[in-house]
Design a binder for this molecule. Structure first.
Ligand SMILES: Cc1cc2nc3c(=O)[nH]c(=O)nc-3n(C[C@H](O)[C@H](O)[C@H](O)COP(=O)(O)O)c2cc1C
Length: 159
């Protein structure tokens, strides 16, 4: 067995996840965000979630500076959004998209399967990422099928 970046990526790629957009507001008041699947539930009381953000990503400092973020959980119909928030430049992500503003001021994508509006509670450096723990201020959910990421591809499981 050889542990290297490839074997680590291959192993983690077998861990099927949901897909989210983690979004905040930049210092100029514009919405910004990125596709993220490293979201996890942390605590029930008080409700907390975490997301691991690459320190090299443009979203990293924007989320830190905002002190708040919203997680929008994507449905099967949102693959285009997932690609846009992972591939396009920050300026090309939100134009034309409908979103609401949560109590923290963070953008919540219209039609999200679920959403969590969070204030940053604590951040911890972990290798090349930062674990951002958010205390959930508000959340919501609707019925629908989730977009899934598995082995490097978006999947639409029959629900
Ligand atoms: C399905 C999927 C999940 C991703 N999850 C994360 C994640 O959890 N954390 C992260 O830092 N980047 C993640 N990325 C990569 C970012 O979305 C991507 O690097 C994006 O371009 C970052 O943009 P930015 O540098 O403008 O912030 C993911 C990408 C995809 C396609």
């Amino acid at each position: 067995m050889t542990l290297n970046e490839r074997s680590f990526r291959d192993a983690m790629a077998r861990f099927a996840t949901g897909v989210t957009v983690v979004a905040a507001v930049d210092p100029a008041g514009n919405p910004c965000g990125m596709t993220a699947n490293s979201v996890a539930s942390v605590s029930l009381v008080p409700p907390m979630v975490l997301v691991c953000v690459d320190q090299e990503s443009s979203s990293h400092d924007l989320i830190m500076d905002a002190g708040a973020f919203a997680v929008s959980v994507l449905g099967t119909e949102h693959e285009g959004m997932a690609r846009r928030f992972a591939g396009k430049s920050q300026e090309e992500r939100f134009p034309g998209l409908r979103y609401e503003t949560g109590t923290t001021g963070s953008p919540i994508l219209e039609g999200a399967l679920a959403w969590l509006d969070c204030r940053v509670w604590k951040c911890m450096t972990a290798g090349d990422h930062t674990i951002v723990i958010g205390e959930v201020q508000d959340c919501g959910a609707r019925e629908g099928a989730p977009l899934v990421f598995f082995k490097g591809s978006f999947q639409r499981p029959v629900w």
